[in-house]
Design a protein around this ligand. Sequence first.
Ligand code: PMP
Length: 324
Amino acid sequence: LDYTEGTGWHNPRIIPYQPISLDPSSMVFHYGQTVFEGLKAYRTKDEQIFLFRPDRNFKRLNHSNARLCIPPIDEDLALEALKQLILVDREWIPQAEGTSLYIRPFIISTEPHLGVAPSENYQFIIIMSPVGSYYKEGIHPVKIAVEQQYVRAVAGGTGEAKTGGNYASSLKAQEVADKVGYSQVLWLDGRENKYVEEVGSMNIFFKINGQVVTPALNGSILAGITRDSIIQLLKHWNIPVVERKISIDEIYQAYKDGLLEEAFGTGTAAVISPIGELLWKYEKLVINSREIGKLTQELYDTLTGIQNGTKPDPFGWSVEVNSG
Ligand code: PMP
């Protein structure tokens, strides 16, 4: 789909995956005016195809668009286009346990112009790829380092938009953590370096003394769709869940007092990732003896079951892609 100032979005087309040609002066290369989304499609044994809450992804894309001065897309039209694209060849969607079709919609600014201003031209593209199980050797807890030197986002910045620049600014910290054996970093807020925000590509939850807590959305955290689903699921089960500010000192104290029972990250890729260790100021906080927690496992089983159509979906989250 193309966008031209004056004409709007036009020229929808499906073409085979291939390199695209862009002018070297395209604004996206220089000023990073781009947004993206990530979601998955599942194919059941009886050949039904489901998307998980895709309306949420297109709504969030428009939210990111607004922040990045990109013209809005028609959310219904985008979903319809996605369905048609999926149905080009349903065999692309793997059926084995834990597998799915990963979908990456994105928008880039294409006007050839060296000067900082919103572009007059854009391209909206959707690419897709089959993905295997995130946990090839079974779900296992990950190690995460609390980031002290770098920040990913600040209040008033682009943190709550899904835009490339946020990920570019996180690369350095990720590289450093990786070298010392930590798979992801846990970001603290960019102002006081005190409050927990989110993990590289996941939101974060803690179970402290029977209560589940997650950082409240504050403008610099991405509003994860998995995060929202987990909160709804916990409420449905009458398990106390609170969205609020959580300082890293509070987490440390809960750990010292033996009250930090479970921790997990949530995101489209892993769905739920149990956290077995947090590195904070050279101290290793081992959580639940590096075992996956009972609640974490229940949430994982339930949410993946709803997504792949093997468990009831009382929330109506799965959207069927009909071949009619
Ligand atoms: N935070 C960040 C920075 C992310 O990139 C992602 C992945 N989209 C998430 C959180 C989790 O969001 P979701 O559950 O919608 O995948």
